[in-house]
Design a protein around this ligand. Structure first.
Ligand code: BEZ
Ligand code: FE
Length: 289
């Protein structure tokens, strides 16, 4: 008989794998067990603390549904989502960044120049750029799934007062790879704090703010899909994003323009009579290998 002890439990665990276990699953599970065991020993985990952890996960499960993904949020505030992004990033392309728990699929197609702001109050932002390959060649037919919060800091999936797809749309690039639309200047907002993740943030003295951003999910035949977001350089939370999503190449500058310069080809062309902001940002996709 082999007695299980504090010192050999990790080795014993490793010996329990069946011979037909998928090698990658074995690698991941073995490492997970190794680090979990080391963690418990490192902090001398008590029964009461472990029970609290179990209750935390139960609450996260109970509060989650099709629209609310508390485990995604937990992964985000722990920095795990961003770490996975960075581990899997390809240096030749635009960096990826967290999508968060509020993305909704099935947004309507929108043409070039579409106005997502509609009647909402707030500064007009004209966002534009090109989707290219790593050498700067335009990619035709790339689909950009665009999303942001309303000026109240809530995504449509969180807010019964918004239409299902408000501030969401999918634009397809033409031969020049260009995209362009108008919207309301995004706001900084807080991640939800009414669940277990909010408890953790409060207990550890952390704020729940994210710097303002636009979400883009870009897909194109023959290229790696890119899930990312872009951030203005003057946002007060840029250096303290509670979900660690900011990367140097995802930071851009808003340029304020006078109304006469508003370009043709947009829904708002000819009707803008106040200064507006422009965000120019090119998105670089990496070919599939
Ligand atoms: C978001 O950007 O929508 C988001 C990301 C992570 C957690 C919460 C929200
Ligand atoms: Fe967001």
């Amino acid at each position: 008989m082999r007695t299980v002890t504090k010192d050999n439990i990790t080795d014993v665990f490793m010996g329990y794998f069946g011979p037909d276990t998928d090698p990658r699953l074995r690698e991941v599970m073995a490492s997970l067990a190794k680090h979990l065991h080391a963690f418990a020993k490192d902090v001398n985990l008590t029964h009461a603390e472990w029970q609290k952890g179990i209750e935390f996960m139960e609450w996260a499960g109970e509060i989650s549904d099709k629209e609310r993904h508390e485990f995604v949020l937990l992964s985000d505030v722990l920095g795990l989502s961003s770490l996975v992004d960075m581990i899997n990033s390809v240096p030749e392309g635009t960096s990826s960044s967290v999508l968060g728990p509020f993305h909704i699929s099935g947004a309507p197609d929108i043409p070039f120049g579409h106005d997502m702001k509609r009647d909402y109050e707030g500064e007009v932002l004209l966002a534009r750029g090109r989707v290219t390959d790593p050498s700067g060649n335009p990619i035709e037919g790339a689909k950009i799934d665009i999303g942001q919060t309303a000026p109240n800091g809530l995504y449509s999936s969180q807010d019964p007062d918004q239409d299902t797809y408000s501030f969401h749309g999918i634009q397809t690039t033409g031969a020049d790879g260009a995209y362009g639309f108008t919207t309301v200047k995004p706001v900084s907002y807080t991640v939800p704090t009414d669940g277990p993740v909010g408890d953790i943030l409060r207990a550890t003295g952390r704020h729940p703010w994210r710097p303002s951003h636009l979400h883009y999910i870009i897909t194109a035949d023959g290229y790696r899909p890119l899930v990312t977001e872009i951030f203005p350089d003057d946002d007060p939370y840029l250096d303290e994003d509670t979900v660690f999503g900011v990367r140097e190449d995802l930071v851009m500058k808003y340029v304020e323009q006078t109304p006469e310069t508003f370009p043709d080809g947009y829904d708002l062309s000819g009707s803008v009579d106040e200064p507006y902001l422009v965000a120019d940002f090119d998105l670089k996709l990496v070919p599939l290998t």
